[in-house]
Design a protein around this ligand. Sequence first.
Ligand SMILES: [Zn+2]
Length: 101
Amino acid sequence: MAKYKSLLLPHRWVSAGRVRKCYHSAKHELHKGDSVLEVKVGIGWQGYCRPCGEDMIRAAIEQLNRELSFARESCEVDPGARSHLRGGHDARLDPPRPPRA
Ligand SMILES: [Zn+2]
């Protein structure tokens, strides 16, 4: 089976090679050797200080948990929505057939 497409933007932790500013706030100054969370946006990378990076990861986890809850609640409302997980066809999705004359 093919690998799932990631819902996350490409990102990486790197060590700051020079003094730079955090992309979230220019007041957050990064010094050489500090951990920097770099997020790929378009063709470039945006660097965030470690506290901002940790907050972003927490926010992403919360967002994904909400998405998972939403998906599960949607499946409870529409049981047929899970049919693809069983790899089969769910007859409950078929519209009722008119009685034969
Ligand atoms: Zn920051």
